[in-house]
Design a protein around this ligand. Structure first.
Ligand code: SF4
Ligand code: FES
Length: 256
C-alpha cells in the first residue's frame, strides 16, 4: 500500500463493487476481492514493487478520462472504474507478453501464463535461445534484502543478465535458494544431490537436523540465519528446538 491512506472509497473492478482505502494499490484491492490480475515481477515478500514487467496493466476510468495504469503500483486516489480484461488491455497485455516470451522463450512459468492468457509470442521476433530470465530483478531484490548481495544484473543490452561478479562462485552466496524461490519464470537453476547443493557455480554442503534429519538448508545458510551466533552442536531445526524447549519447561515446572 502507498503512504497516502486515510479514507474509505468504493470503486468498481470489472463491475464488482470493492471497498478500499485511499492509497491502496489496484492490484491489492482486486486480489482481496478475488479478481485475477496476472503478475510477474510482483511478489508479496516485498513492499517496494519493481513494476518492470507491466503485465498487470489495467484500464482506469476516472473523472471522464480513461488511461492504462500499472495495477501493482497504482494507488487508488478516488472513486473510479477499473477494467482488468477490456479489449484494449487484452491487446496491450498480449504485446507485453510477446516481448517477454521473445526475451525468455524457455521460461516454464511464462509458458503457463501464456496459456492462461491465451496469448503466444510473436513469430517475427527473434528469440534468445535457452533463455528463461525476464530480468524482473526479484532475485536480486531477494538476495539484497537478506543482506547477502551475492547477485546483481551484469552486462548491457542483449547480454544483460543476473549473475555473480564475473560468473565466479561468490563468497557472499549462502546457497539459501531465496533467489530461485521468488523467480516467476523458474529461471534459476540449481542441482541437489543427497549431500550437496550447487547454485551460482558454487557447491554447498547440506545441513540436516541432528535430531530428526530434516533438511535445514546449506551449512552457510543455517549459519547465516543464526545471525553470527556460533552454531551450537547438535544443530537442530526449529521444530526440534521448540520440542526441546517445551520438554525443558515441563521438567522445570515439575520441580518447582
Ligand atoms: S532470474 Fe528470475 S527472478 Fe531473477 S531477474 Fe530473471 S526472471 Fe527475475
Ligand atoms: S506485476 Fe506489475 S509491473 Fe510486473
Amino acid at each position: 500500500m502507498s503512504e497516502n491512506v486515510n479514507k474509505t472509497l468504493t470503486v468498481t473492478i470489472d463491475g464488482i463493487e470493492c471497498i478500499c482505502e485511499k492509497g491502496e494499490y489496484i492490484f491489492d484491492v482486486a486480489k482481496r476481492n478475488g479478481i485475477y490480475i496476472p503478475t510477474l515481477c510482483r511478489h508479496d515478500a516485498f513492499d517496494n514493487h519493481r513494476a518492470c514487467c507491466r503485465i498487470c496493466i489495467v484500464e482506469l476510468k476516472q473523472r471522464g478520462r480513461t488511461k492504462i495504469v500499472t495495477s501493482c503500483v497504482y494507488p487508488i486516489d478516488g472513486e473510479c472504474e477499473i477494467f482488468t480484461q477490456s479489449d484494449k488491455i487484452r491487446e496491450e497485455r498480449a504485446v507485453l507478453y510477446a516481448l517477454l516470451a521473445h526475451r525468455a522463450p524457455d521460461a516454464p512459468g511464462l509458458g503457463q501464463m501464456g496459456t492462461a492468457l491465451n496469448v503466444n509470442g510473436v513469430d517475427r521476433l527473434v528469440t534468445i535461445d535457452n533463455e528463461k530470465c525476464i530480468l524482473c530483478g526479484l532475485c536480486v531484490q531477494a538476495c539484497s534484502s537478506l543482506g547477502t548481495g551475492a547477485i546483481s544484473t551484469v552486462n548491457r543490452g542483449v547480454d544483460k543478465k543476473v549473475s555473480t561478479p564475473f560468473d565466479k562462485p561468490s563468497v557472499f552466496c549462502v546457497g539459501c535458494l531465496s533467489c530461485a524461490n521468488v523467480c516467476p519464470t523458474n529461471a534459476i537453476e540449481y542441482v541437489e544431490t543427497e549431500t550437496t547443493r550447487t547454485i551460482w557455480n558454487r557447491e554447498f554442503e547440506l545441513q540436516f537436523c541432528d535430531e530428526c534429519g530434516t533438511l535445514m538448508g546449506t551449512r552457510e545458510s543455517v549459519a547465516f540465519a543464526a545471525a553470527d551466533v556460533e552454531l551450537e552442536s547438535p544443530i537442530v531445526c526449529d521444530e526440534c528446538r521448540k520440542k526441546k524447549l517445551a520438554n525443558e519447561m515441563m521438567i522445570t515446572y515439575r520441580f518447582v
